[in-house]
Design a protein around this ligand. Structure first.
Ligand code: NAD
Length: 323
């Protein structure tokens, strides 16, 4: 790819196809996931040019060694590879293709969307950028903030296999399980939505079941501990219930509205495929109720508050320090 990332190796400065070498990366979206991913990329020796509408997030990244830029176009006018981690499909479209967007930067050759935004937007953005000679990969991630901090995320990439192979060393800085799931842009997004639909539905079922157990008189901590060594265990019971809910800290680090967005995108895709999805749709209603009650900005683990309210109990660990 002329002007692509591996041109740097010709200059003796390092290409993306050689894992130990570093390159100049752009990164837009320094939120719960983006900020720790940028810290890891800096730690691996990359130069990282960053932008976020939140100035405090930019300042925090700069304090770790990143270089702030005023907007997406400024990032893409210097960085050949630009990664984004943004909240919604609309924001991704705007940042990539809108006025002042990445498309206006002349240096970018590869664009990687790490957000969860659905196959439709991935395809639309890829088409828009292709007209400017930019290769797009969708590479949504799973594993939460803790996985982003530890570099243990699952990265579900899709798009041009050659571009993926060149990018692999960069993606492996943020993900321990980096897989090309298909050569059609959007397939990574589809797999991520399938995963999150399952995770969200499992969590809704767990909220109901755990509230029932607590209402019946089981000690919540004991109950969750036994389930996590039995056949009812899941990511939701291990990572949502066992920590954030039992401690009442509700601090997993994924906003309820983002999970609701993922369910909506997944079910839209299912509908386009002519599939009914009754179980997932029932679970979606629980999130709808939580959001209607003002829970959208809260943590996804606060979904438990809805079923706790119905049952008149708390799924809480006993406060051992109390007399
Ligand atoms: P977040 O809201 O914490 O971060 C998004 C960042 O984008 C914020 O810093 C925000 O200021 C910035 N932003 C918004 N609009 C912008 C714009 N126009 N230009 C530049 N920056 C802008 O969200 P997050 O939890 O980091 O999630 C990011 C994406 O990753 C989402 O699509 C989410 O679904 C997905 N995801 C999140 C998790 C998780 O556990 N938090 C896990 C896997 C995937």
């Amino acid at each position: 790819m002329s002007g692509g990332p591996d041109d740097r190796s010709a200059e003796g400065r390092g290409g993306l196809n050689q894992p130990r070498q570093t390159t100049t990366l752009g990164f837009v979206g320094l939120g719960a996931m983006g900020a720790p991913m940028v810290r890891r990329l800096l730690g691996a020796g990359h130069r990282v040019l960053v932008h976020d509408v939140n100035m405090a997030a930019v300042a925090a990244a700069v304090s770790k060694g990143a270089e702030g830029r005023t907007g997406p176009a400024a990032v893409a006018s210097e960085a050949e590879v630009v990664l984004v981690s943004l909240p919604t499909p609309d924001v991704v479209r705007q940042v990539a293709l809108g006025p002042g967007g990445l498309i206006e930067g002349g240096a970018m050759r590869v664009y990687v969307d790490l957000s969860t935004t659905g196959a439709q937007v991935a395809q639309a953005v890829a088409d828009g950028l292709a007209a400017r000679g930019v290769t797009a990969l969708d590479a949504p991630v799973s594993g939460g903030v803790a996985g982003a901090e530890a570099g243990t995320l699952s990265v579900m990439a899709a798009g041009d296999p050659a571009a993926f192979e060149r990018l692999r060393p960069v993606l492996e800085v943020i993900g321990a399980n980096t897989v090309l799931v298909g050569d059609r842009v959007g397939l990574g997004q589809t797999l991520k939505l399938v995963n999150n639909l399952l995770a969200a539905t499992t969590w809704a079922a767990a909220c109901e079941a755990l509230a029932m157990g607590a209402r019946a008189g089981l000690d919540p901590e004991l109950m969750v501990g036994v389930i996590n060594r039995s056949s009812g265990r899941s990511f939701a019971t291990e990572k949502f219930a066992a920590g954030p809910v039992l401690t009442r800290r509700f601090d997993f680090g994924f906003r309820m509205e983002l999970m609701a967005k993922d369910m909506r995108l997944a079910l839209q895709e299912a509908e386009a495929l002519g599939l009914v999805m009754p179980t997932s749709r029932a679970a979606q209603m629980l999130y709808g109720l939580a959001m209607a009650g003002g829970g959208g900005k809260g943590d996804v683990t606060e979904l438990a508050r809805v079923t706790e309210g119905w049952a008149g109990v708390e799924i809480a660990a006993a406060r051992r320090n109390e007399a």
